[in-house]
Design a protein around this ligand. Structure first.
Ligand code: ADP
Length: 345
């Protein structure tokens, strides 16, 4: 059983990406939520501008769709700098990085998404670039190999990752600012949807955007994606107006439940309960049962289930909670002698 979900960056098709870009805030004061990160960034940007220096390297980490790429572009816009974008998996060898770095001007931003997926040789090649703004580049091989020390302009590297834990300690320590992005509150998501609805010139009944926000798993990308689905539904099944009835029906068709869980979340929890007696179960085993990628489950599904208290991660594996069973109307299994949760299952 493979249940796709369009939340991950890789899975976004071109149309969805264009839609996202059109709704992306360009400057800090257009960004909603993440107040503490914005405040710290604003100070760092102001200070760097006053000193006429490029910003220090920044790492944004947190689940997908929370605004890491958006903030990288915002930082570049605020610094009036050019931004060049790449990603960990795309930079397979030192030459790929060299191509990017050799074209960089003072103050430019180099954005590397999925920075935890850089290979070790590429990572080691980047260290002196980050620290001393120079690289040692080897040309030719064997007897003719020559190492050229190549000076670089001072630039700002912005890395984004869903897994800060997978970043090597030497790479992590080379970022001057490390910011964790958290799930958004329902009121922040409503504000994001009000902005998006204005940009898309949608007419909405009172309360409808709050309804979409409450089903968006604390994630702006999900909120905007649901808005798009609801807009299509309203256009085809109604007059284009986002009424409560239209929004509820559209969300039902998308199989989004009142807590914002979708079919993949529910399949994950059902597999834990029905196949693994509520857990503990290893993530690889659950991934195999669902026919899904382990990375998708760890990056996209688990963070929100942990956040709402439907899942526990223990040393022995994943365990479903009583609240999750109640939410899904699943029967709890009585598990004998479970030391972690006596009497729960
Ligand atoms: P990530 O890089 O973390 O996966 P993105 O930066 O691609 O996430 O954000 C996904 C979408 O969510 C963006 O296209 C943008 O429209 C919206 N978004 C993200 N953060 C904000 C914010 N703070 N305010 C308004 N919209 C946002």
């Amino acid at each position: 059983m493979v249940i796709g979900r369009t939340i991950s960056s890789q899975a976004l098709n071109e149309a969805e990406e264009t839609f996202n870009i059109s709704l992306r805030p360009k400057f800090l004061d257009e960004c909603i939520g993440q107040r503490s990160v914005k405040e710290k960034l604003a100070i760092a940007i102001e200070a760097a501008k006053q000193r006429r220096e490029p910003l220090e390297h920044i790492l944004f980490y947190g689940p997908p769709g929370l605004g890491k790429t958006t903030l990288a572009h915002v930082v570049a816009n605020e610094m009036a700098a050019r931004i060049r974008c790449s990603s960990g998996p795309a930079l397979t060898k030192a030459g790929d990085v060299m191509g990017l770095l050799s074209n960089i001007n003072t103050g430019d931003v180099l954005f590397i998404d999925e920075v935890h997926r850089l290979s070790t040789p590429v990572e080691e090649f980047i260290y002196p670039a980050m620290e001393e703004f120079r690289v040692d580049f080897t040309v030719d091989s064997g007897l003719h190999a020559k190492t050229i020390n190549f000076p670089l302009k001072r630039f700002t590297l912005i890395g984004a990752t869903t897994r800060a834990g997978l970043l090597s300690a030497p790479l992590r320590s080379r970022f001057g600012m490390l910011y964790h992005l958290d799930f958004y509150s329902s009121s922040d998501l409503t504000e994001i949807l009000v902005r998006s609805a204005q940009l898309l010139q949608l007419s909405c009944e009172d309360g409808t955007l709050q309804l979409i926000a409450s089903r968006s798993r604390g994630t702006p990308r999900v909120a905007n994606r649901l808005l798009k689905r609801v807009r299509d539904y309203a256009q085809v099944k109604g007059s284009g107006l986002l009424s409560t009835e239209i929004v509820e029906n559209a969300l039902k068709m998308e199989q989004i439940d009142p807590l914002g869980l979708d079919e993949l979340d529910r399949a994950f929890l059902r597999a834990l309960v029905n196949v693994y007696d509520g857990g503990p179960a290893g993530i690889d085993a659950i991934a195999a049962t669902l026919g899904e990628e382990r990375d998708t489950l760890e990056d996209v599904v688990e963070p929100y289930l942990l956040q709402v208290g439907f899942l526990r991660r223990t040393k022995r594996g994943r365990e479903v909670t009583k609240q999750a069973c109640e939410h899904l109307g699943l029967k709890e299994h009585k598990k004998k002698g479970s030391p972690d949760q006596p009497g729960l299952f």
